[in-house]
Ligand binder design. Structure first.
Ligand code: SF4
Length: 421
């Protein structure tokens, strides 16, 4: 998507990252370690960064956590990881920022939820303190409104006004409007307190797909702040992935959204990095960004009872993703590589010719040979038990030849570099 078809926004600098319509949509994630455990948190931030998270949020929920934020930053710097850290504050953020000023300096962005700051004049004071700290430290702020913690005094004010109106709306419509008003009024307050407009990002997260789309369309039309997208409490496994993809794809297609996070509940045993992979795959399959070579694989059917092609598709996908930690620096442009792994001759050769490299495995009853196509031409025919290793060797050679020094497909990478030691 060209930058002109993105919703036009202010450009917000967060260390080496720019968030806004002139930049690619940024992938974010969040740790689930205890922030007070600096070592575990730094290691998880690094792991998320290596998976491709361009900013990582950590919760700063108590004095023990706030006391460790500067150490986490230092540990990351020592590991050569320059990923910006976002501090997630609720209820006591102003106290933590006052007691641990080094925490406020070590963070690159603060996330403030106006619904969890406090009520009335006291809440206003707490909000103002955090905004002033951000302005003094030169940090950006995400004003992150959430359906589950909407400012209740604002909701009541708007509900009362709706009841008194001559043409009252449905309560759900008023609540959605309250989310938007909460974000916009808080942003205005922050700007009035001296936070530059190009230091403000907004989000209005809800947990239902259609509500999220409606809220963001409306919010996007009423301001120029960059928007952070995410379906809150998306859920576990395929439900969380599908719901997030459904909601975010519609908005991204309309040019709405400048950073994204996929709020998956990790299934036991699933790595935290899964949310990063899903976010990247949404952007890549929509053609908005490229992160890692894509594998086109057929679903298989009765024409092939062999699991060889399923295993090969899986292995090649894992291999390519693992290599990207090094390849993104060594072979710029390799993220645009397309590999096809197909199960039989029906669609195999055709898809293989369309990919940069493709292999068509033998279906049931077919001659046990696997033609490999490179740049549309049949290059070699593999057979025997060592097929997977031989195919991976062809992929490696292709990458070195085409994306290495003087490679004809080498190009300036659009991936935002993550420093590694
Ligand atoms: S390529 Fe062959 S094995 Fe794969 S889905 Fe199509 S017909 Fe079935």
């Amino acid at each position: 998507m060209s930058t002109s078809s993105r919703r036009q926004t202010y450009q917000v600098k967060i260390d080496h990252i720019t968030v806004g319509s002139q930049s690619p949509v940024i992938v974010q994630s969040m740790t689930n370690t205890d922030t007070a455990d600096a070592e575990a948190t730094a290691l998880q931030v690094q792991e998320l960064s290596e998976a491709g998270s361009e900013m990582v949020r950590i919760t700063v929920n108590n004095p023990d956590s706030a006391a460790k934020v500067a150490e986490i930053r230092q540990r990351l710097d020592d590991m050569g990881c320059n990923t910006p850290l976002i501090g997630d504050f609720h209820f006591n953020g102003e106290r933590l920022l006052a007691e641990f000023p080094e925490c406020g300096r070590a963070l690159s962005k603060y996330r403030i939820n106006p619904g969890n700051v406090g009520k009335g004049a006291k809440g206003d004071e707490k909000f103002a303190f955090m905004i002033r700290m951000a302005a003094e430290n030169g940090k950006a702020v995400r004003i992150g409104v959430n359906w589950g913690s909407l400012d209740q005094s604002l909701a009541k004010r708007m509900m009362d006004a709706n009841l008194a109106s001559s043409s009252p709306q449905q309560p759900e419509a008023v609540m959605k409007e309250a989310l938007i008003v909460s974000a916009l009024e808080s942003a205005q307050k922050a700007a009035d307190l001296g936070l530059p407009e190009d230091k403000i990002i907004l989000s209005c997260k809800v947990s239902a797909v259609q509500d999220l789309i409606q809220v963001y369309r409306e919010l996007g039309g009423r301001c120029r702040y960059p928007l952070h997208l995410g379906l809150t409490e998306a859920g576990m496994g395929s439900k969380g992935i599908v719901a997030s993809t459904a909601a975010l794809s519609v908005l991204l297609q309309e040019g709405i959204g400048d950073t994204i996070r996929i709020s998956l509940t990790p299934e036991p045993g699933t790595p935290r990095t899964q949310e990063v992979v899903v976010a990247q795959e949404i952007l890549q399959t929509m053609g908005l960004r490229s992160f890692t070579p894509m594998v086109t694989a057929c679903p298989g059917c009765g024409r092939t009872t062999s699991t060889v092609f399923q295993e090969l598709a899986r292995d090649i996908q894992h291999y390519l993703r693992e290599q990207m930690i090094v390849w993104r620096l060594q072979y710029p442009g390799v993220e645009n590589l397309n590999v096809a792994v197909m199960g039989c001759v029906v669609n195999g050769p055709g898809e293989s010719k369309l990919a940069d490299i493709g292999i068509s495995l033998p279906g049931t009853g077919e001659t046990p040979i696997a033609p490999v196509y490179v740049d549309g031409e049949r290059k070699v025919t593999l057979k025997g038990d060592n097929l997977a290793a031989e195919f991976l060797a062809i992929v490696r050679e292709y990458v070195e030849t085409n994306y290495g020094e003087n490679g004809r497909k080498r190009e300036r990478s659009r991936i935002i570099p993550i420093q590694t030691a």
